[in-house]
Write a protein that binds this ligand. Structure first.
Ligand code: SAM
Ligand code: SF4
Ligand code: SF4
Length: 351
């Protein structure tokens, strides 16, 4: 399907960018810090003891985040995702959830409110997050082998504690839960079938994410990417799959369902199947820069605007102006641009 035809299927929100894409999703990073050092995201050699993380005063406050989120929702955003770094490290995160849960779209609906986490803190946080108004969580699990899992997170964090987190989230009602797995050639490709089998029939949706060239610190090479088509073929050979229809326009994951009714999986083909034509996402870093693409190297300084005393309408106008000129489509241009551009780390911009 061409991008033009896909754009035509997107619901109109009024505001569209230079390629006809609405603004529907806002990903809000609340910290650039993390208690893990996943080798593909925050390698220890770079994010070591001397690494300068943001100062507390640099972070947007919860009031400031709420102001920006309200402006974005008034422009058509109906999905808010809290991320990082590790968002559960941000002190008082439940208070932010409570503020965001009180926001309504122009037609009176509560935006979908989700959070992506490594799961480590969920046993202590899940119930409070749910009580504050969080709808759903996505939890990252890249391996089912405890030794390999510890190697990937590179801080020796045990897999069993992430599963405790998944159970706590399910008990608290933070479902349907999505499980994210990044597959890197030679690291965890052998985990594809075990992961599929572990989550089949549980009601949790496993999503395989192609390893991406975000930032400059993970030493990305195209050869390290395990294409989604290969992942689907591998699982299909053991547990037959068929395509399922998208639940929502602009969805990043392509859905597949098990023919025997044991649920669904998703694949996010950021490298082999660019979905820029339907990309309705903006991202805010923890220090208040807004980016209109995961691969953007420059953001717009919303924090300066907010701290200059901007009111709701001023922020709405700034966002609308920024979105109207958005022309990003990095994944479609990757072959031409890769290596020739600065890029920002995933832990900074928010996954
Ligand atoms: N710390 C939280 C977590 O790990 O879920 C939230 C932030 S993390 C940056 C968000 C997601 O981005 C995770 O699922 C992670 O696996 C994914 N991610 C990080 N670096 C990536 C890369 N280079 N390619 C693909 N996905 C990546
Ligand atoms: Fe931390 Fe998430 Fe990045 Fe892993 S993927 S280092 S848990 S921010
Ligand atoms: Fe969206 Fe940029 Fe990713 Fe394309 S490369 S899908 S525009 S975030």
């Amino acid at each position: 399907m061409t991008s033009q035809r896909r754009i035509a299927q997107l619901p109109s929100t009024g505001l569209v960018d230079a390629r006809g894409r609405g603004l529907r999703d806002l990903r809000i990073s609340v910290t650039d810090r993390c208690n893990f050092r996943c080798v593909y995201c925050m390698p220890k050699e770079i994010f070591g003891r001397d690494y300068q993380f943001m100062e507390r005063s640099e972070l947007l406050t919860f009031e400031e985040i709420e102001l920006v989120a309200r402006a974005a929702v008034s422009l058509g955003v109906d999905k808010l995702r809290i991320t990082g770094g590790e968002p559960l490290l941000r002190r008082g995160i439940e208070d932010l959830i409570e503020r965001l849960a009180a926001i309504r779209t122009p037609d009176g609906r509560k935006p979908d409110l989700a959070l992506t986490t490594n799961g480590a803190a969920l046993p202590v946080k899940a119930a409070a997050l749910k009580a504050a108004g969080l709808d759903r969580v996505t939890i990252s699990v890249d391996s089912l082998d405890d030794t390999k899992f510890r190697e990937i997170n590179d801080v020796g964090f045990p897999l069993s504690r992430v599963f405790d987190g998944i159970a706590s989230a399910a008990d608290a009602g933070l479902g349907p839960i999505k499980i994210n797995a990044v597959i890197k050639r030679g690291v965890n490709e052998s985990e594809v079938v075990p992961l599929a089998e572990r989550f089949r029939g549980t009601g949790h949706t496993l999503r395989f994410i192609e390893y991406m060239d975000v930032g400059a610190s993970n030493g990305w090479r195209l050869d390290d990417v395990v294409p989604s088509a290969e992942i689907i073929r591998t699982i299909h050979a053991v547990h037959p799959l068929e395509r399922a229809s998208a639940a929502r326009a602009g969805e990043t994951a392509v859905r597949w369902k098990y023919r025997d009714g044991a649920g669904e999986i998703g694949v996010i083909s950021s490298v082999t199947g660019a979905f820029c034509g339907t990309c309705t996402r903006a991202r805010i870093s923890a220090d208040g820069q807004i980016f209109t693409c995961l691969f953007a190297y420059r953001g717009f300084d919303l924090r300066a605007l907010v701290r200059d005393g901007a009111d709701h309408q001023t922020i709405v106008d700034a966002l609308a102006k920024l979105w109207a000129v958005r022309d990003d489509r990095y994944s479609e241009q990757r072959a031409e641009l890769s290596g020739s551009r600065e890029r920002i780390e995933m832990s900074y911009i928010g996954g």
